[in-house]
Design a protein. Structure first.
Length: 445
């Protein structure tokens, strides 16, 4: 079924509902002949079609605009005001055409008999429908954001899994153990220092593996420890410089990014006493720069490209800022963005299934609490609105409209919370999250 046919069906059903509500409020279905019934029903459908389609078009137009996340109040206010203006204009045109064409009146006679009361019913109905549309729209946006957050978490978990697999290259570990074996025979004291540095490397890996970001000071300290291992192996063949501390103590980077870049430099370049490898780390315009001279190995094993891709993927999940890579014949430069705060959307992957169950239970309690607040507010506000209606214009009982609209909202909340297997129940959300996580896992594999 196309979207146009769906809209026509929706508008027709709305017209039937408005026809029923209008006659219930006005005293019942008192028609002398079936022809009177059909004419009255046709007019309700005509009004509903014109007003409904115009407001649908305006609603979709408003949704097509690029709204910032914190502009939702502006979005609602403009939507309601626009729908009000469209409804009043539409009612005026329809009533004028009905009076002139169907009733045979002149336009001046039509204007003389026009009163605000002639527009109140249509306007209240439209505002109730618009409120329902906005409720459904923002509810769906909320669901989409929840699913998007879970998708980001799934992507982060996949990237972290790759990071853990490739944090310390097996060849590096193998070579380090070979160096340690030779040092034990030649220089036991140096071997002890080497073992201490190696243990610090692994301790850092274990401590930071579950974090999205670490302070730049921690990463620089780790880089110096890691380079001490390489210098024990290559001695004076490596020249290394790095700042003692970051210019901003709050600066953060992705953990082990420096280790992967340093290892990458050693892996792809010759490291000899006659041609030492120069590696320099420094800050520049909000980036952490890792620079080394280029002297490629003559025989180089095939690279998987995991190091840089791993860092890129993790940064893509955390920020819009990109890693910059510049390479020429003399030097290779990687600029890693320095971040200033932890990303609120991320959740540490160390949370177990038990933690996930707790989070879901906590969210369920929060939703239940919001439902109770809505019911309590309903019980207090609706009687107040009935009292205002009674004191001002009891002939037109407009209090039914907020009851109807608010009741639908409470019904949607209750349906989602208490009906687990419904199309929009909690199980539906869980199934959609699992579906996205499976798709993300397939994409990463």
């Amino acid at each position: 079924m196309s979207q146009s046919i769906k809209n026509i069906v929706i508008v027709f059903l709305m017209g039937c509902a408005i026809f029923a509500v209008g006659h219930i409020l006005s005293g019942g279905f008192n028609f002398e002949t079936p022809n009177d019934f059909l004419i009255d029903f046709a007019f309700y459908q005509l009004y509903t079609f014109v007003l409904g389609y115009s407001n649908m078009y305006f609603f979709h137009y408003m949704n097509s605009l690029q709204w910032k996340p914190n502009n939702w109040i502006k979005r609602i206010v403009l939507g309601v005001l626009g729908s009000t203006v469209l409804t009043v204009m539409g009612l005026f045109v329809l009533r004028a055409l009905t009076a002139i064409i169907f009733n045979g009146k002149s336009f001046d006679a039509f204007l003389d008999n026009e009163k605000w009361e002639n527009y109140s019913f249509g306007l209240w109905i439209t505002l109730v429908v618009v409120a329902i549309f906005h409720l459904i729209y923002f509810y769906n946006k909320y669901q989409q954001n929840r699913i998007k957050e879970q998708k980001v978490i799934a992507g982060t978990a996949s990237a972290k899994f790759d990071a853990l697999k490739n944090q310390l290259d097996p060849h590096f570990l193998f070579n380090s153990l070979n160096v340690l074996t030779s040092l034990i025979e030649e220089n036991p004291e140096q071997a002890q220092n080497f073992t201490t540095s190696l243990s610090k490397v692994y301790r850092y890996v274990l401590e930071q593996k579950d974090k999205e970001l670490v302070t730049l000071d921690e990463e620089l300290q780790f880089a110096r420890t890691y380079m001490s291992l390489l210098k024990m192996r290559f001695e004076d063949s490596i020249k290394f410089s790095a700042p003692e501390q970051a210019s901003d103590p709050e600066s953060k980077v992705v953990p082990l990014s420096l280790q992967l870049l340093l290892e990458n430099a050693v892996k792809h370049n010759r490291v000899t006493s006659t041609k030492p490898l120069h590696i320099k780390i420094y800050e520049h315009q909000g980036d952490l720069i890792v620079e080394n001279n280029v002297q490629p190995k003559q025989i180089l094993k095939k690279s998987s490209g995991v190091g840089l891709d791993n860092i890129k993927q993790r940064y893509n999940l955390l920020t819009n800022r990109k890693i910059t890579i510049n390479k020429d014949t003399n030097r290779f430069v990687v600029a890693v963005p320095i971040l200033t705060k932890q990303i609120a959307i991320m959740r540490p992957s160390s949370e177990s299934k038990l933690d996930d169950t707790y989070v879901r239970a906590r969210n369920y309690v929060e939703e239940l609490k919001h439902l109770y607040y809505s019911i309590i507010s309903f019980c207090f506000v609706i009687p107040f609105l009935i009292f205002i209606n009674y004191q001002t214009s009891w002939d037109f009982k407009w209090f039914w409209f907020p009851i109807f609209g608010w009741g639908i909202g409470i019904g949607i909340q209750s349906f989602r919370i208490f009906i687990n297997n419904g199309p929009y129940g909690r199980d539906w959300e869980k199934r959609k999250i699992e579906q996205y996580m499976q798709e993300e896992e397939k994409r990463w594999n």
